[in-house]
Design a protein around this ligand. Structure first.
Ligand code: APR
Length: 325
């Protein structure tokens, strides 16, 4: 089954293709279309599913009153000419699936879908959401052979948003006043940076004691797991979709926003040949600048530790993929 909407996308329209029309992918499609950022092509392996989601989102236009097209498909030719391709396909972490199985299944899904999507949209910028994020972003970059500045993973925006949320809840202040920075890998070893986290420009160390900050840092590290524990059959999707949408917006509108993203490091922070979360400037060409923050020894060690684990997992994933060939 190919696309169901009789409306064809205007070949001149800005287009975002989302591979994987699950909870994250479909929520992201809604955000992008309703924010009037681009037309959206939703692709999934399950026949009928993306077509149904797309039709539902198209019907919502009668109420939301936007003119963006949303197309659901199982065929990569419908994704051709995308400005951005987002990979949100894969299986989420759940009980009964080992880490190795997750790595194996998602590595295969991400590399295959990235290759196919980029074959139809060779000029696109690639945003990866599938976990384990830093590993999947590296594998997608290798599989597509794209220039590194056109490949990035979504994690830092989400982790920073979680840190911001917990600070706002603790202090009882508006989240609009809070800027938080989280770097490193997306997982238990992420590195929230209280020194670079402020409320209306005031460092949080002047508003909370060290124990409170440490508690919020720990909660941020387990922000995704906390959602899974509550929901049991799903992982988070609203905040991940919002975070990917912010990245897409900065690229499509060439806003040059400074956002923490999983990007290629070739010497920055003393790290070579790894995708890891750091602040970067996102614009029309993708990653336009990697910002090197000055880190304390403890912060640098924590960042290096997260990088070490990502490198090990990449090697593991490559070995698994090789034996499975
Ligand atoms: N090609 C296209 N789509 C695929 C493929 C494939 N080869 N394999 C699986 N999918 C689709 C599934 O059919 C499903 O619709 O990917 C979708 C995944 O959706 P969900 O299971 O709802 O998972 P979701 O919560 O959206 O998370 C997706 O994002 O945040 C991460 O950890 C999360 O890796 C996970 C990803």
């Amino acid at each position: 089954m190919t696309s169901i909407n009789s409306t064809r996308l205007n070949s001149l329209s800005t287009r975002v293709s989302i591979i994987g029309a699950g909870k994250v992918g479909s929520t992201l499609a809604q955000r992008i279309a309703e924010k009037n950022l681009a037309d959206v092509v939703l692709l999934d392996i399950v026949e009928g599913w993306p077509q149904g989601i797309a039709l539902d989102l198209m019907q919502a236009r009668g109420v939301e009153r936007h003119n963006r097209q949303i197309v659901g498909t199982n065929d990569y030719t419908d994704t051709a000419g995308s400005n951005i391709v987002v990979i949100a396909a894969g299986i989420p972490r759940k009980p009964g699936i080992s880490r190795e199985d997750l790595l194996k299944i998602n590595a295969r899904i991400v590399t295959e879908s990235a290759k196919q999507a980029i074959a139809h949209s060779p000029d696109a910028i690639l945003i990866i959401i599938t976990n384990p994020l830093d590993v999947m972003t590296y594998l997608a970059w290798e599989a597509t052979d794209l220039p590194a500045h056109r490949v990035m993973g979504m994690a830092g925006v989400l982790d920073s948003a979680r840190f911001q949320t917990f600070i706002a809840m603790e202090l009882g202040v508006s989240i609009a006043e809070i800027n938080a920075t989280v770097i490193g890998s997306h997982g238990d070893l992420m590195v929230p940076l209280p020194r670079y986290t402020t409320v209306s420009g005031i460092p949080i160390s002047q508003l909370m004691d060290a124990r409170t900050i440490d508690r919020l840092v720990q909660r941020t590290r387990h922000g995704g797991a906390e959602v899974v524990t509550l929901m049991k059959t799903s992982s988070a999707y609203f905040a991940p979709a919002s975070s990917a949408c912010l990245m897409a917006e900065s690229i499509l509108l060439n806003q040059s926003r400074l956002l923490p993203c999983c990007v290629y490091l070739s010497g920055e922070y003393g790290v070579q040949d790894l995708f890891l979360g750091v602040p970067c400037r996102l614009g029309y060409r993708g990653v336009e600048q990697v910002l090197e923050l000055e880190l304390s020894n403890t912060e640098r060690e924590a960042f290096m530790d997260s990088g070490k684990l990502v490198r090990q997992s990449i090697e593991e994933a490559k070995a698994i993929l090789k034996t499975a060939e």
